[in-house]
Design a protein around this ligand. Structure first.
Ligand code: ZN
Length: 285
């Protein structure tokens, strides 16, 4: 190996290791105002929301522990108050990773199945475990702002909730919506594609053209965006059902592909092949 090649190889190695260690270095936490004292926050991982009063903050989801300082700093720009309440939309690491770092002294509210699953996860810091759990609709208030926490039948996981802001026509869907991309169905934690589609229909019946929809991932959206997602799921599901009737194997389905009209839904986590596998598994006779 020539010296120059060796130097290049070594520097590439160093660069890639550094990039891995520092994967959150460039992440910024941004906020968008959805209504007075209600914000959507983005960084890396699941979209968050915050509700503020002059002396307290309620947060929905906590992204990753590595981002806790940045999240805390962003919240300070919205209200000088302490974080008093954290709601988790479900149990995935990109939604609960910052729980202990941000909210060890706050109330942490989640579906009872979130507590069960996180308690069984030896890597999860117990200081971040939910303290208030529920499995039926729970209404709470932060300042004058009402929140309705609604558990949904198992679909993304078995502990998903919708967080409604009935006074403001806003809903945080957690990972019951992936805006503009194939959704992740976590079969190992109770996921179910047919129910995910049912849950999407359920939400569509309860919102109107002015509803602001916070998805678990992707941009702030609305009823039209959710309807588009539903149509994609219905069409791709119908395709896999038809292929099954033709007798295609999973690999043959992946080789055929869903077609150009679905290219835009493909992303690094749920690729087109992974979505086809998800639908294949969901349509097991
Ligand atoms: Zn998730």
């Amino acid at each position: 190996m020539k010296l120059r090649t060796l130097v290049t190889a070594v520097s590439l190695l160093v660069t890639s290791q550094f990039a891995f260690a520092d994967r959150f270095a460039d992440v910024q936490i941004n906020s968008a105002t959805l209504a007075k004292d209600i914000y959507m926050l983005t960084g890396a991982g699941g979209n968050m929301a915050a509700v503020t009063t002059a002396d307290s903050v309620l947060l929905i989801d906590s992204q990753y522990v590595e981002l806790a300082d940045k999240i805390r700093a962003k919240l300070k720009t919205l209200s000088p108050g302490e974080l008093t309440t954290l709601i988790n939309t479900h149990m995935h690491g990109d939604h609960v990773g910052g729980n202990a770092a941000l909210a060890a002294n706050a109330d942490i509210i989640a579906h009872v199945n979130v507590l069960t699953r996180l308690r069984n996860d030896s890597n999860f810091n117990p200081a971040g475990l939910p303290k208030t759990t529920f499995d039926k609709v729970l209404n709470i208030k932060h300042g004058n702002i009402e929140l309705m926490l609604e558990p949904m039948p198992a679909s993304h996981t078995d502990g998903d909730i919708l967080v409604w802001f009935p006074q403001f026509n806003i809903v945080h869907m957690g990972d019951l919506m992936f805006q503009g991309r194939f959704p992740y169905i976590d079969f190992g934690n109770g996921g179910n594609v047919q129910q995910y589609i049912e849950n999407t229909r359920y939400v569509l019946q309860r919102i109107d053209d002015n509803t602001q929809v916070i998805p678990g991932h992707g941009d702030l959206t609305n009823k039209a965006g959710l309807a588009k997602e539903l149509k994609m799921m219905e069409q791709t599901m119908a395709q896999v059902v038809a292929w099954r009737a033709e007798g295609l194997t999973e690999q043959q389905m992946i080789d055929r592909g869903l077609g150009e009209q679905f290219n835009a839904w493909h992303w690094n986590f749920i690729t087109e092949a992974r979505w086809i596998k998800t639908l294949y598994q969901a349509t097991q006779p």
